[in-house]
Design a protein around this ligand. Structure first.
Ligand code: ME8
Length: 521
């Protein structure tokens, strides 16, 4: 058994409803996971929920439920959401699960024994909303705190601190020496900029009196673990639960040994996260791992944020995109295609209904859908659905697109890969217009030429299905079944030209992306 290509998403706060930002991150990760599988690699794709903390405790209390019952109800919604997005995750972590809590406690015990923590009194400001301590530096010139912090209270309390500051220079050196660690480069620069200022030690507990919905501190019953010290650990607690030796060997906790078949997962190959949680992943998490004696993840891939109609999405103003409603109306593949095609990993994006509908109509319905539909319909009409002799007119262009797609997928550039794929969609549609098979069909002397054209179009459709599988797997499978192929288009090696067997009979063509009235803005 060899190490799997291990990808993770951020784990979403369980309170609140899934929105476009959550959907985007999970779809991007799913595309990268499927791409690796399609390239023949063994993959492990993890996503899940961040369930502890003050906000969840309060929301549960307000709804008259225990925090666990409250989380169980919401977790069902989030898991159904993942299914709706057609995610291919291999596991789904919930931080309230015993398998996760046990690993957090083992890590805390180990770090405590090794002297990485100290107890100290905190006196200062605290944002209830952000569950974070604030300092004088966080005040605005008029002395107030940003309204984003919500209610800010004054606190005096004991807590445990992680000696983060001691590792600052090591972290800077690591980032300097490993330019590929944080991607894209703009985010790496942001972290290096942040590290020009001194990092404060990290408060990793909350007193039990104030918060009990958290993981108890194993060495002091008066405290629970701060939600981020708990949440980040999901990336290694799940490998531990799958008996990953890399993780288990440093935890020194025989009680964590499981009967599960052992997987090799850690270190993660990619953590996909949003730009707002970069500091936690690119500064705190590496130092935590170093203290544990674990290797660092290979890449932290930080995406930008979506707005709607040029403004921050907000439930209070109703300015939100409901992915479930869009999927119910337009189909999951239209949604998956749009978010990946529209927003490169890095910059911020803007959802407009008109932009979504324009891409649906031009690129999916009139682009891909029309190509496949007319190619297969003509093959049916003019050749009774039988694939003619192989012909290689579009092969050089198709091969080039296959190469570009693969190299962009390996470089974690799914948007660029889609651009390459659409150059083949457009070329093949142009080929229909240039060769005019409907005219060739009228002239019996042109039968051989018509055979050539029909082969090129059917084979281009097949190659496109293979290339598109990581992005829009349902559509790719539908193209294959319309081609009468029983296997799955899920292996990129089958994108090589010439896979369509001569004399094979295709199945019934049907519209992939029905044309729609686009009346809404
Ligand atoms: O931060 N556009 O959870 P979360 C794009 N539990 N991405 C967005 C977005 C938007 N408008 N809004 C949120 C948390 N996201 C923590 C993570 S990981 C150990 C713990 C992204 O539910 C956000 O950047 O607030 C993050 O990556 C993910 O959604 C979950 O956000």
């Amino acid at each position: 058994m060899s190490k799997r290509f291990y990808l993770t998403t951020a784990i979403d706060y369980v309170n609140g409803q899934p929105h476009l930002g959550h959907a985007y991150e999970k779809i991007v990760t799913d595309v990268l996971a499927r791409a690796r599988r399609s390239l023949g690699e063994e993959v492990f794709f993890l996503t899940g929920l961040d369930e502890h903390g003050q906000k969840v405790q309060q929301a549960a209390l307000d709804s008259g439920k225990t925090p666990q019952a409250y989380c169980d109800e919401l977790a069902a919604i989030w898991q159904a959401f993942g299914k709706k997005l057609n995610l291919s995750n291999d596991d789904f972590v919930r931080t309230s699960e015993p398998r996760h809590k046990a690993v957090v406690q083992a890590i805390l015990s180990r770090l405590h024994a090794a002297g990485h923590f100290y107890k100290s009194k905190y006196s200062g400001f605290y944002s209830l909303k952000e569950e974070t301590f604030l300092t004088e530096k966080d005040r605005r010139p008029d002395g107030t705190f940003d309204p984003g912090y919500g209610e800010v209270v004054q606190l005096i309390e004991d807590n445990y601190y992680f000696k983060l500051n001691a590792h600052q220079q090591w972290l800077i050196d690591y980032l300097e020496a490993n330019p590929e660690f944080i991607q894209p480069a703009q985010r790496r620069n942001e972290v290096l900029g942040l590290l020009k200022h001194e990092l404060e030690d990290l408060c990793i507990t909350r007193p039990l009196g104030r918060l009990n919905w958290g993981i108890p501190l194993p060495f002091d019953p008066d405290f629970v673990t701060w939600v981020w010290f708990d949440a980040l650990v999901n990336y290694v607690s799940v490998p531990a639960a799958h008996a990953d030796k890399a993780v288990l060997s440093v935890l020194d906790a025989p009680e964590l040994e499981t009967q599960n078949p052992a997987l090799e997962l850690w270190p993660a190959d990619i953590h996909v996260i949003g730009k707002d949680i970069l500091k936690f992943h690119a500064a705190y998490w590496p130092v935590m791992l170093k203290a544990m004696g674990l290797p660092l993840p290979k890449i932290i891939l930080a995406h930008g944020w979506w707005q709607k109609d040029g403004e921050k999405m907000s439930k209070t103003t109703g300015n939100v995109v409901d992915p479930v409603a869009v999927i119910d109306e337009w189909g999951v593949d239209a949604f998956r295609y749009y978010v990946v095609r529209e927003l490169d990993i890095g910059p911020d994006g803007n959802w407009t209904d008109s932009g979504f509908q324009a891409r649906y109509s031009a690129e999916l319905a009139n682009g891909l859908g029309n190509l496949v539909n007319r190619s297969l319909s003509m093959l049916k009409r003019y050749r009774n659905g039988l694939v003619p002799q192989r012909h290689n007119e579009l092969e050089p262009e198709a091969d080039q697109v296959v190469r570009q797609t693969i190299s962009r997928l390996r470089a974690n550039q799914p948007q660029g890969a889609l651009q390459a794929i659409w150059s083949l969609v457009n070329r093949a549609n142009q080929y229909v217009d240039q060769t005019a098979p409907f005219k060739l069909a009228k002239d019996p002397a042109k039968a051989a030429r018509l055979d050539e054209v029909l082969f090129n179009l059917a084979e281009a459709s097949r190659v496109l299905a293979v290339l598109l599988w990581p992005f829009i797997p349902g559509t790719a499978e539908r193209i294959y079944s319309q081609l009468g192929l029983t296997e799955s288009p899920d292996q990129l090696k089958n994108a090589a030209w010439g896979g369509l067997p001569v004399g094979h009979r295709i199945a019934e063509p049907a519209a992939l992306f029905p044309k729609k009235e686009t009346t809404k803005r």
